[in-house]
Design a protein around this ligand. Structure first.
Ligand code: NMX
Ligand code: MLT
Length: 434
């Protein structure tokens, strides 16, 4: 069978003329207009990026390479002894656009296995981080420090052709992705288990091995696979994807770019919202002395949060205008596997209680829950109660999508990203029609 890298090379050669033709023959075709509201409003909705890895429809939610999430979960090859698909297969799909066979997913697993050993200095670095460092800081620092291993940077300095940049970027991506579970689980052991770590098992798949290193039994292997798959990509404009792309556009390698994207993910309006949901729920449970609140008590708690000028974590979205399908997938899992969990019961009540309140308040354009409203409560149920760690899990998943994006950025020769900025006075002149 053809190797993944050869398949990718063929795809790249087929794709390049499409991008070149658009640029050369249709470079002046107008796609969008930009308003002052958009410039001052976080560039919301401006069509100005391209990614073929995933596309987000406001009503339908994310599609990976044209497949909806339910289709992805149905069609990807499943892990042996589990019900969820292999993360390795997802990487194959995102990279090539082809739904992999079991053999093709196994090739990725093999590649990850060969590359998973962490250099000693990463363990030493994690050991040396000051106490109470946030796990996202450690995660990002470890990834950043691996920069000295970059194959792309070595090749660049050796004078490699632009047309070949994708190749060492592919190598760096596989090398990095293979190491993320070890970085994350070592960080967890260091912060929360007095350094007691469990060695990785090369016979297990990406998700299975992660669960094994976390020391959590079934079905946490499936939880991990599901988690990494639903978090992998959300088109190109979200903070993490955009940051990864932006940093990579200056030809910073994958390590520099993924570390930067992790820092964007660590903000409470983005990935850190999954930690915030648990923090907020714990505050509620403390107030209720551990009892499940009534609907009226819950409504009051939501209003109190809003009235004190805070957002309801896990609700709202910059693009989606419906309940996030990633939320629904995790909800279905919870209904099947942990329906009696008291915290899940509260999350489920919030699903009914929060949207009408946000609508009544009249500010949020999307009152529905997003991915972060459900992910933490599942982790909590399976014993990961240190919610500061949750965004690291998001970061592992998201790295898979961003690496695929960066490999293609290099393959298609996307240039340095450099939009133009204006001053307030210039905007005022536009406003006055000058
Ligand atoms: N709770 C309270 N207010 C909200 C919420 C919410 N969940 N969502 C939006 N609003 C407010 C928002 O703060 C803004 O207020 P103001 O005019 O005072 O600045 C107003 O509604 C309009 O915001 P939108 O245009 O609806 O949302 P925007 O695109 O600016 O932001 C989020 C999107 C996701 C940042 C926002 O919905 C939010 O803060 N949600 C809570 C945090 C969260 O769950 N983030 C995770 C998103 C998913 N992810 O993983 O990244
Ligand atoms: C994401 O997964 O990146 C979030 O839902 C945020 C976004 O898409 O804007």
């Amino acid at each position: 069978a053809k190797r993944l890298k050869d398949t990718l090379y063929e795809k790249i050669m087929d794709w390049r003329p499409r991008t070149e033709r658009l640029m050369k023959e249709y470079g002046n075709v107008v796609v969008d207009q930009v308003t002052i509201g958009q410039i001052l409003g976080g560039m919301r909705g401006i069509k100005s990026l391209v990614s073929d890895i995933s596309y987000l429809d406001p009503q339908e939610g994310i599609r990976y390479r044209g497949y909806t999430l339910p289709e992805v979960f149905e069609k990807l090859p499943k892990a042996k002894g589990g019900n969820m698909p292999l993360v390795e297969g997802l990487f194959y799909l995102l990279l090539t656009g082809d739904m992999p066979t079991e053999e093709q997913a196994a090739e990725v697993a093999d590649e990850f296995n060969k590359r998973r050993i962490l250099p000693r200095f990463i363990y030493e670095l994690i050991d040396a981080m000051p106490c109470c460092s946030h796990p996202m800081t450690i995660f990002s620092t470890a990834i950043l420090t691996l920069h000295r291993e970059s194959f792309f940077t070595k090749k660049y300095h050796a004078g490699i052709s632009k047309l070949d940049y994708w190749d060492p970027t592919y190598e760096d991506s596989l090398n990095l992705l293979a190491k993320l579970p070890e970085i994350a689980t070592y960080t967890y052991a260091k912060l929360y288990r007095d350094g007691k770590r469990i060695q990785s098992n090369p016979n297990l798949d990406f998700g299975g091995n992660f669960a094994h290193m976390m020391g959590i039994g079934k079905p946490y292997d499936d939880v991990s696979r599901m988690h990494f798959i639903v978090h992998a990509d959300h088109e190109a404009g979200n903070v993490s994807a955009h940051t990864g792309h932006l940093v990579a556009s200056s030809l910073s390698d994958v390590y520099l770019s993924i570390s930067a994207m992790v820092n964007g993910l660590a903000g409470p309006l983005h990935g850190l919202a999954n930690q915030e949901v648990l923090r907020w729920l714990q505050d509620l449970m403390d107030k209720m002395n551990g009892e499940v609140p009534t609907e009226d008590e819950l409504k009051q708690f939501v209003w109190n949060t809003l009235n004190s000028g805070q957002v309801i974590p896990g609700f709202g979205h910059a693009v989606l205008r419906k309940t996030d399908p990633r939320y629904m997938l995790q909800r279905e899992f919870s209904l099947k596997n942990m329906p009696e969990d008291p915290l899940f019961k509260v999350v489920d009540m919030l699903y009914n209680v929060v949207p009408p309140i946000l609508l009544e308040q009249g500010k949020a354009k999307n009152p529905w829950p997003n991915v972060d409203a459900q992910s933490g409560v599942i982790q909590w149920h399976y014993g990961i109660k240190e919610y500061d760690f949750y965004t690291v899990l998001f970061g592992i998943g998201r790295s898979i999508g961003i690496c695929a994006n960066i490999i293609w950025d290099r393959a298609l020769g996307y240039p340095l990203e450099r939009p133009k900025s204006l001053t307030t006075a210039i905007l005022e002149d536009f406003a006055a029609g000058k």
